[in-house]
Design a protein around this ligand. Structure first.
Ligand code: FES
Length: 105
């Protein structure tokens, strides 16, 4: 699936993500700026925070309770905030667009 990351300056980078991996892993593998992922995907650092594009919110779904708790530690959390390590890539998410926050943590 193709996933597009947009940074705070509006620059878009599209990467190929394998189904079954996480959006965070796709970002790290492709050196996407603005995603730190300090905990390596264990849902315990909140430095893989992204904003999911409005049109994709339904397909991506809401955060799980553990993710929701961890999101409290993220910077500038909004209604469409997710931790990208908790978004599982599926073929249905082809074209997913997320925006990276101004900073992590
Ligand atoms: Fe740490 Fe996602 S990588 S919470």
């Amino acid at each position: 699936a193709n996933i597009t990351f947009i940074d705070q300056s509006g620059e878009a980078r599209t990467v190929e993500a394998a189904a079954g991996s996480s959006v965070m892993e796709a970002a790290i593998r492709n050196d996407i700026p603005g995603i730190d992922a300090d905990c390596g995907g264990a849902c315990s650092c909140a430095t893989c925070h992204v904003y999911v594009a409005e049109d994709w919110l339904e397909k991506v779904g809401p955060p799980q309770p553990m993710e929701e708790d961890m999101l409290d530690f993220a910077f500038d959390v909004r209604a469409n905030s997710r931790l990208s390590c908790q978004i599982r890539v599926t073929p249905e998410l082809d074209g997913l667009t997320v925006t990276t926050p101004e900073r992590q943590g």
